[in-house]
Write a protein that binds this ligand. Structure first.
Ligand SMILES: *Cc1c(COP(=O)(O)O)cnc(C)c1O
Length: 358
């Protein structure tokens, strides 16, 4: 019996990368494998992604683990170093780093490095999270370009706040400011995350930075992945461990929040928030059993959920259950849980067994 298994379809992963290639045929691909490859297992994903040009991670220890496991491709630290001592490791491990504030630029210039490092310079064009302010850009760039610590010309990047909303005015403001700031400088350029890859071709430039779309979920606020020809990579599965009769007026689960309006049968499925199934998933969240959708009812427990099968059913203990993935878009489940596909994927816990298949 499958109890909390995440099947990872490597064929779908590679297929989705080809979708990226078709959308942005002249761009290089910086594949985002931060946060354990969005919950899919960073090492297996990195080793499978032979069709990308570089990897992006958010933490130094993720990058070190990849290098130490023998990953040879470029690895970019998206937020740079948090402590200047880390620069030595970045150089030794031949990692690449983003520089996103003046202090990082100063620390980089003053470091006594064993070898030069490839640098990505991040500009804040309006998201106001990380990045150099427009007025800091020229002086930082000039200090860096001829410096002994730098390998090649910096690549310039920025991040869009609203790429998943096509009509949002901030998109054009950010793109225009970026282009203006880059006007007189050399170096490769990068703007596009998944949403921009899908919907803003003018942002593709030298490097695209896909994350969520590689994993087969939509980056757009209002559409599912299949509409973009993406295939789900993770299918989260479990099994029915009990089928019970609940009489009209009987409640189900903690807090007795759901009450049967008529006699019904309830399936108990062995997955819960201890596995990363979202506790906020409300009554009516779709659950797929033997290819038929049933509504989740009652609160999500740590190890179990309960599903309303209706008055008569053929479903029995041991039947396979799909929580999201093939046949059930994760975006739909996320909407019922007031969440997004990103959070659900990253939230799958270590208790869930990953099974890789081609
Ligand atoms: C995570 C990340 C991405 C990928 O975003 P998706 O929406 O998952 O495609 C792109 N760029 C940067 C800088 C990131 O941190």
């Amino acid at each position: 019996m499958k109890i909390a298994v995440a099947e990872i379809n490597i064929g779908a992963l590679l297929y989705n990368v080809e979708v990226v290639r078709k959308l942005a045929p002249t761009s290089k691909i910086l594949a985002m494998i931060k946060a354990n490859a969005y919950g899919h297992g960073y090492l297996e994903v990195a080793e499978s992604l032979t069709n990308v040009d570089a990897f992006g991670v958010a933490r130094l220890d993720e990058a070190i683990k990849l290098r130490d496991a023998g990953v040879k491709k470029s690895i970019v630290l998206l937020e740079g170093f948090f402590d200047k001592d880390e620069l030595m490791i970045i150089a030794e491990k031949q990692l690449e780093t983003v520089l996103h504030n003046k202090q990082q630029v100063i620390d980089f210039i003053n470091a006594d490095l064993p070898q030069p490092i490839k640098v990505w310079l991040k500009l804040d064009t309006g998201m106001h999270r990380i990045g150099l302010a427009p007025e800091e850009m020229a002086s930082c760039y000039n200090q860096l370009t001829q410096h002994k610590n730098i390998l090649a010309t910096p690549t310039i990047l920025t991040h869009l706040a609203c790429a998943d909303e096509l009509e949002h005015p901030l998109n054009n403001q950010q793109i225009n400011l970026f282009n203006q700031l880059c006007l007189d400088i050399e170096g490769e350029r990068s703007i596009a995350n998944s949403a921009a890859i899908m919907s803003l071709p003018e942002t593709h430039l030298d490097w695209v930075r896909p994350g969520i779309m590689m994993y087969g979920a939509s980056a757009m606020a209002d559409s599912d992945a299949a509409e973009h020809d993406l295939k789900p990579v993770m299918t989260l599965k479990s099994s029915v461990i009990a089928v019970r009769d609940v009489p009209k007026g009987g409640s189900v689960g903690y807090g007795a929040t759901w009450v049967a309006k008529q006699n019904t049968k309830i399936a108990v499925v062995a997955i819960g928030y201890g596995d990363g199934y979202p506790r906020n998933a409300g009554n009516g969240t779709p659950v797929l059993i033997n290819s038929i959708e049933y509504p989740l009812v009652g609160r999500v427990s740590m190890d179990m959920i309960t599903v309303d099968l209706g008055q008569s059913t053929e479903i029995k203990v041991g039947d396979e259950v799909i929580l999201w993935g093939e046949g059930l878009p994760i975006e739909r489940v996320a909407r019922h849980a007031n969440s997004i596909a990103y959070e659900l994927l990253c939230g799958v816990t270590g208790r869930v067994t990953k099974q890789y298949k081609n």
